[in-house]
Design a protein around this ligand. Structure first.
Ligand SMILES: C[S@@+](CC[C@H](N)C(=O)[O-])C[C@H]1O[C@@H](n2cnc3c(N)ncnc32)[C@H](O)[C@@H]1O
Length: 227
């Protein structure tokens, strides 16, 4: 398990995010030319209705949880990195922020109407286990929205390679916790494609699974309903 293979043990993932917490939001804005905010807004709108109890797991510095709260959700944001959570807490006191493991959620069965994960599932040591945990804490009929980087096909592929395999790791070398930006493209390479992720969601207990691609197929939003 190394940054080069894009697979790290949970403790190493947590340490990595603790280390990059101070630059995480800035790197997001730079790497996506500011589009990440729009994608999180679209994710929240796709699955959250006003009054919903919402879990945003792997919430990091909190932007997706806050987007869900703006749509009218009563939101719990969960992450295992205390440094990422500190930043989230500083942004909003409307969201309940808790430290916990997405693979063993400290939450009751069927206790949420909607769940979101933004750029989080790719980091899980056990993706299928993480999807099953999301299903467990949702009520039947509850909705899930998973926003994740994916690999584009077609004309955008060479530009993506240049950006993601060239610029991103280079920028990381200049920043604290730079190895995270070697891990990032490697973790995308080993992560299932959009179709495969949809199939895993179905196996984990979701139906009506669909996905939309953003930015020419660089990012995918998968949605589903707990059956
Ligand atoms: C790339 S960040 C995404 C943060 C945020 N959701 C966003 O949209 O920017 C991934 C986050 O997942 C968290 N994470 C990874 N594995 C986790 C786990 N097993 N349990 C809880 N959090 C986890 C990391 O600490 C990190 O904050």
């Amino acid at each position: 398990m190394t940054v080069e293979t894009g697979r790290l043990a949970p403790d190493a993932v947590r340490t990595m995010f603790d280390r990059i917490a101070p630059v995480y939001d800035t790197m997001n804005r730079v790497m996506t030319a500011g589009l990440d905010r729009r994608w999180r807004g679209e994710t929240a709108c796709a699955v959250v209705s006003p009054g919903d109890r919402v879990l945003d797991t792997c919430c990091g510095t909190g932007d997706l949880a806050i987007a869900a709260e703006r749509v009218g959700g009563r939101v719990t944001g969960l992450d295992f990195s205390e440094r990422m959570l500190e930043r989230a807490r500083a942004k909003s006191d409307q969201v309940e922020w808790i430290q916990g493991d997405a693979l063993a959620l400290p939450l009751a069965d069927g206790s949420f109407d909607a769940a979101t994960v933004g750029f989080g599932v790719r980091n899980l040591d056990d993706l299928e286990g993480g999807l099953r945990e999301l299903r467990r804490v949702l009520r039947r009929g509850g909705r899930v929205g998973i926003l994740e980087i994916t690999r584009p096909r077609g004309v955008l592929r060479p530009f993506y390679k240049l950006w993601f395999d060239g610029f991103v790791p280079l920028a990381g070398k200049l920043l604290p916790g730079g190895s995270a930006y070697t891990y990032l493209p490697a973790s995308v390479r080993r992560f299932p494609g959009a179709k495969e992720l949809a199939a895993l969601m179905e196996t984990a207990g979701f139906e009506q699974v669909r996905y939309r691609l953003f930015a020419g197929g660089i990012v995918a939003l998968h949605t589903g309903v707990a059956r």
